[in-house]
Ligand binder design. Sequence first.
Ligand code: ZN
Length: 316
Amino acid sequence: VAQLMQPQNEVLAAIETGGTKILARLVDGSGATLAEDRWATGDAADAADVLTAFVGASIPRGARLGGVGLAAFGPLVLDPLSPDCGLMLKTPKPGWTGSNLRAELSRRLDAPVTVQSDVNAAAIAEQRLGAGRGHRSVAYVTVGTGIGAGLCVDGRPFCGAMHPELGHIPVPRLPGDVSPSACPFHTDCVTGLASGPALRRRLGAHSALQDDPQTQALAAAYLGDLAATVMLAWSPQLIVWGGGVMATKGLLEQVRRACAARIGEMGVAPESASRAFHASAAFAHAGLEGALLLAHDVSAQVSKGRSACAASGARR
Ligand code: ZN
């Protein structure tokens, strides 16, 4: 019989690594939080140190770590069958290129660690438990320090050779927009033109996005292009928006209109033409919630494997 609850002496850890901060939570078998902490993002070696110390200090006496879910910024190798699963590819973040936090934590914590892109993990949380509940296919788009998009279909994330990197799709520049790109790789991608750092550069030091309607309209146009691409490529039943920039008053509605304008008169699923197609995230830290679901899944898989081994041993 499959075990639905964690065994009482087993705890789970969820981790989200972001461009500016790292979040971690440890929960017991009933899902209750035992400890939660956050740190400024340093390099990969720092992250392994603080996370190992956090788990070591928070785990109750007699309990064992059943699984760890890691929701991570990328670009990452995510193929679970690859010996490089968890490997960080070329990134401008100092001290991360070539690191493998998944493998390092698995070794140090002696527990199964499963990794997903931060936005795929967020999509999992929003589809299973959040704003996307009741929809089979949910895309999650974050607009903050970076821009990223993930997809969850029937509880499972969408990956190919890697994970989607829709934050780097090229978007046509609006007439007169000559602001330099904030992306180190591209001159005209949506991250370069509409991420938090790109918008800060446009605003100058003392202005917020809602105080500058022109810049907000420009951001909405570029994000509308991204939304149209998500819709055309994945055809999700819902797009959930998260990240600090999307908290700007009125922005979601402007993005919805820009997306509809970009799609034009083309025939689309009726739900994607509705106002409710674009929703705000239910979770403040959807990536961390997704990481917890992943930790639960990997722990259940491992104990299922263990009981299958025990059963086959008993038959012999
Ligand atoms: Zn880019």
